[in-house]
Design a binder for this molecule. Structure first.
Ligand code: AMP
Ligand code: ZN
Length: 487
């Protein structure tokens, strides 16, 4: 079965072939480091973490680069506001990003290049573009001349004449085409700057990714990723710069993840409706974010709503309860477990379905639903009576854990201690549902009294009252009750 990937460049799914057999060079545009990142920014890292792990699982060696943009107007503004050096801002927010990234338990990238470490590469690349006649210098400023690059618009499918039609009044008159873009700009007083053949200045945004790519991987890479918002102009301009300089195709596959919306709105800073990954991880749990994102295909928009969060918590509760059951069964039975042949072949069938889905443009929604199917099968084995767990149950538990851990590693899920995670999910539900825990405790105690006194009617009444509060009585949990989630 071939690996298929949707390529924005061609607008269709194509068979994935690498430039060098068995080696994948992959670059994902990373953040501008001037603030905490919001949860939308982490869709890329979470999705591409699965992509890299899957491509490795099917036999490739993946080299993954994710950059930090540490030269930018927003960084300079923040530094000025705080009266500190830009490098202090970028150092701070790279550290904050790394904390969020580690909390999410994603695999470290092979390369995390920073723009400030690649000034020589950037300057050399601009010189190369000028030498090839595709950029011009005006007053210490270097512009890319899009009319000289034939393929301009091939990624975003924008036509040059259409672009020209949208000519704006405030266009810089020094530009030969209003859509010519800056490769190098002169520094204003007080801004960070670097020496260059065109005077002291700093690079434009787009050239950074092209130059860091070239420095790390050479002229061409296999996969270039980013959010859909980056298709134009950022990625279109990256293609123009790299191909104008190197005279080779830049990236074979362009892979773009759709946006995360919050409630009904697109998540963005200007709308002020963002939730940072830090707040999310504290208020909820990193596991919830990863599971939620992977439960949809990366090319669909997703809204993060309370309902979605509740569904995710409910799903994680089911899966972690099964993991806990499997772990405790293995502990409980001292003799070696006996594998279940039928279960083995059922799991194999799920493997086949997952392979088909992930080879069909990384359809992680199916991966998640097949994991759920494995849980359903496992729960069907009849573990109800603790005393009766035997070597067969142990065998099934080992098979189940081995299977789920395989996909857990791939997707950075299911690596938490189940008891701790389940207790945390419960706390989250209590908060989300505004449940008065003291009141629940006293009702539960009253119900126990009623039952002891064989007052069944009162006991039932209390149970109904609890149900109305969103609480169900549940023997399997330590305190005898849990918050109900509609599945
Ligand atoms: P920025 O710092 O705004 O350039 O964004 C860094 C990365 O996050 C880029 O790859 C963006 O495409 C991506 N991104 C920004 N906002 C969202 C969102 N709401 N949903 C998904 N990805 C996003
Ligand atoms: Zn980029």
């Amino acid at each position: 079965m071939q690996q298929m990937i949707y390529n924005t460049l061609s607008g269709k799914k194509e068979e994935f072939k690498t430039l060098e057999p068995g080696v994948v060079k992959m670059y994902l545009c990373g953040p501008t480091v001037y603030d905490f990142l919001h949860i939308g920014n982490f869709r890329g890292p979470i999705v591409f973490n699965l992509i890299r792990n899957w491509l490795e699982h099917i036999g490739n060696k993946v080299e993954f680069a994710y950059n930090y943009t540490d030269v930018d107007d927003k960084i300079i503004k923040k530094a000025m506001d705080e009266g500190v050096d830009s490098s202090e801002i970028t150092k701070r927010y790279i550290a904050e990003f790394e904390k969020d990234f580690n909390d999410l338990g994603l695999k470290a990238h092979e390369h995390n290049p920073r723009v400030t470490d690649h000034m020589d590469d950037i300057i050399q690349m601009i010189e190369g573009i000028i030498a090839n006649g595709k950029a011009y210098v005006v007053d210490g400023e270097v512009f890319f001349e899009i009319d000289k690059f034939e393929g301009y618009g091939k990624l975003s499918k924008k036509k040059l004449d259409e672009l020209n039609a949208g000519e704006r009044v405030d266009v810089d008159k020094r530009k030969r085409n209003p859509f010519d873009f800056v490769l190098w700009k002169p520094a204003k007083p007080g801004e960070p700057s670097w020496d260059s053949p065109w005077g002291k200045g700093r690079p434009g945004w787009h050239i950074e990714c092209s130059a860091m790519n070239k420095a790390i991987f050479g002229d061409s890479i296999d996969i270039h990723g980013g959010g859909v918002d980056l298709q134009f102009p950022h990625h279109e301009n990256e293609i123009a710069q790299s191909e104008a300089c190197n005279c080779k195709q830049y990236a074979t596959f362009w892979v773009h993840n759709e946006f995360i919306n919050f409630g009904a709105e697109k998540m963005s800073k200007s709308l002020g409706n963002i939730i940072t990954a830090r707040n999310f991880n504290e208020k909820y749990h990193p596991e919830i974010l990863k599971y939620l994102y992977l439960s949809a295909h990366y090319r669909t928009q997703m809204a993060v709503t309370d309902d979605k969060l509740l569904q995710t918590i409910s799903a994680l509760n089911r899966i972690y309860s099964a993991i806990e059951l499997a772990q405790s069964t293995i502990e409980m039975v001292s003799e070696p477990g006996v594998p279940d042949k039928k279960f083995e072949s059922q799991l194999q069938q799920l493997d086949d379905k997952i392979e088909k889905a992930l080879k069909d443009d990384f359809n992680s929604a199916i991966l998640i639903s097949e994991i759920f199917e494995a849980v359903r099968m496992f729960n069907g084995f009849g573990f109800a009576n603790k005393q009766k767990r035997n070597i067969n149950h142990k065998g099934q538990s080992e098979q189940f854990l081995g299977w789920i851990n395989k996909y857990g590693k791939m997707s950075a899920l299911f690596n938490e201690d189940p008891k701790t995670l389940l207790a945390r999910m419960d706390e989250i539900l209590i908060t989300m549902r505004n449940i008065d825990v003291e009141k629940v405790k006293s009702l539960v105690a009253k119900r126990t009294e009623a039952r002891n006194a064989k007052n069944w009617e009162q006991a039932d009444q209390i149970r109904d009252e609890l149900a109305e509060m969103g609480v169900e009585l549940f023997d399997g949990s330590q305190r005898g009750w849990r918050v109900k989630v509609n599945e």
